[in-house]
Design a protein around this ligand. Sequence first.
Ligand code: AMP
Length: 125
Amino acid sequence: MPIDPREPYDPNNIFARILRGEIPCQQVYADDWALAFHDINPQAPVHVLVIPRGAYVSWDDFSARASAEEITGFVRAVGAVARQLGLVAPGYRLLANVGFNGHQEVPHLHVHLFGGQPLGPMLAR
Ligand code: AMP
């Protein structure tokens, strides 16, 4: 069920628990600002989620409240993950779902990183 991004941050959401090490993940990258791990239900040969360490519900929340340092750190981490995975030359897709129409299901900001094959047009037709 999509979340309401106007709700306050839930510290027990599944990605908060992954950040605290309470739930395992298939980690691909970690630094002071971000953690990246394989999506549990991959939609492409490469499907990785990159999340900020800070408590932000969505892209809307993060872009409004995060510090310049957090934003820089997170954006650089997303780029670093894509480079680490060898996705730059073949190309890749970034996606952040927000709220009901975006079909966001986990209420901690996450950027999906897809690659490993031609991904087709942006939306299914
Ligand atoms: P979204 O619809 O943008 O909120 O996407 C949430 C994504 O999180 C989905 O692609 C799920 O497959 C993924 N997901 C949910 N739980 C986990 C988990 N424990 N580890 C990795 N990925 C997960």
